[in-house]
Ligand binder design. Structure first.
Ligand code: PLP
Length: 395
């Protein structure tokens, strides 16, 4: 009605007024010297968020899916083998993309709700004496199940197998919300999008590429035109773009980085933990269960929550939308009908989060869920009020 209700889906996320104002701009000439001049600082800022000193930062006018395609098509050849585990809708979609690109995809099937199986990856890599596996693909934060995987453990497993495969990581729903350590984890390609932790509109994927992965592009034979790293690096190096850039998003990214650095990345991560923990306390108070199998897997950007047996999670999210004009995430894939998701990433504070918890609680009460009205909100309030601190004041 007033066009101001927050959304609680795990991306696209709420776009703060400050970023909306910046992106509401007259268009600029991308062939002007001013455009080229903004790129180095922009990419330096992005490097800080990925936690990398010298990875190339490459953007395309595309959503995260385009980033997957760019990662694969610039570094691999038809028939190459890649190793990937399926534990949710997004790892599933990346598998599908690889298969459609003619790659030989070795899949480790895992329960939805579990995370990247570092030990199974290591075992498989150890057995691959001929180094047929060219890349290990990992979804850092599985948005369908609310599971964050341990990328450091995957890297340690790869190192223990002394295997040269590239490590590609989808951090679409984790970057700029949860810690990411591109250099420390030895990541070769990491992919994200503008519309999650960066709090921007959808339409730009952002890819970080290691020097090792850049080398692979010289021999990689999968076709690429729109997503060519070569074309993009050459054009950016000359202060331009190989085609029309998403200029408003680039200015938005510049401002988003300012916001993140003003708050401080550590505080950004702490805020996301607090938001998430409040939600988890509420889930517990409702007597419901998260899809994530164990606490070490809990995501700080999204919680996927099973509804009690006999209830339909789609009816719940639909009712919240119809009755209260608030969006929550539906259950995806295997979780459809069985779970709903609360997105808690991006431009959110404790107070906004409480409004989301109050809303879904009302929706559950309306549909006769066996919960006590106010119990989840009270649990979250209790957590928020006893842990409010510096990070919140700056948010
Ligand atoms: N990977 C993850 C983990 C995601 O959450 C998403 C989208 O939600 C994607 C990839 C695909 O990104 P997009 O929808 O921007 O193409």
């Amino acid at each position: 009605m007033f066009d101001q209700n927050p959304i609680f889906i795990p991306g696209p996320t709420n776009v703060p007024d400050r970023l909306r104002r910046v992106m509401d701009m007259q268009t600029r000439d991308h062939r002007s010297p001013a455009f080229g001049a903004m790129l180095p600082e922009l990419f330096d800022g992005v490097r800080k968020v990925f936690n990398t000193k010298d990875a190339a930062i490459i953007t395309f006018p595309a959503s995260g899916t385009g980033g997957w395609e760019a990662a694969v098509s610039n570094t691999l050849s038809p028939g190459d083998t890649v190793l990937i585990a399926r534990y949710g809708m997004f790892s599933h979609r990346w598998i599908d993309l690889c298969q459609r690109h003619g790659l030989n995809v070795e899949i480790i099937e895992c329960a939805w709700g579990s995370g990247a199986p570092a030990d199974l990856f290591a075992e498989r890599l150890k057995a691959d004496k001929g180094h047929e596996i060219k890349a290990v693909l990992v979804t850092h934060n599985e948005t369908a199940t609310g599971v964050r995987s341990d990328i450091g453990a995957v890297r340690r497993g790869m190192d223990s197998a002394d295997h040269p495969a590239m490590l590609m990581v989808d951090c679409v729903s984790s970057l700029a919300s949860m810690p990411f350590d591109f250099d420390g984890w030895g990541v070769d390609v990491a992919i994200t999008g503008s519309q999650k932790g960066f709090m921007l509109f959808t339409g730009m994927c952002i890819v970080a590429v290691s020097q090792k992965a850049l080398e692979h592009r010289k021999t990689a034979k999968l076709p690429r035109t729109f997503f060519s790293f070569d074309d993009m690096l050459a054009a950016n190096g000359a202060g331009g773009y190989p085609y029309t850039p998403p200029i408003q998003l680039m200015f938005g990214l510049q401002e988003s980085l300012k916001m993140l650095f003003e708050e401080g990345l550590e505080n950004v991560y702490a805020r996301h933990f607090r938001l998430a923990e409040g939600v988890r306390r509420a889930v517990d108070a409702w007597g419901l269960r998260l899809c994530a199998e164990s606490a070490d897997l809990y995501s700080d950007t999204v919680s996927a929550i099973y509804v009690p047996k006999g209830f339909d999670s789609n009816a719940l999210t639909q009712h919240a939308y119809d009755a209260y004009d608030i969006s929550f995430g539906v259950g995806l894939g295997e979780m459809n009908g069985r779970a709903f998701r609360i997105g808690h990433l991006g431009a959110l504070t404790d107070v906004t989060m409480l409004s989301g918890l109050a809303t879904i609680e009302m929706a559950m009460a309306d549909l006769d869920y066996p919960i006590e009205l106010g119990s989840g909100v009270a649990a979250a309030q209790q957590f928020y009020r006893t842990t409010a601190g510096a990070s919140l004041a700056k948010a």
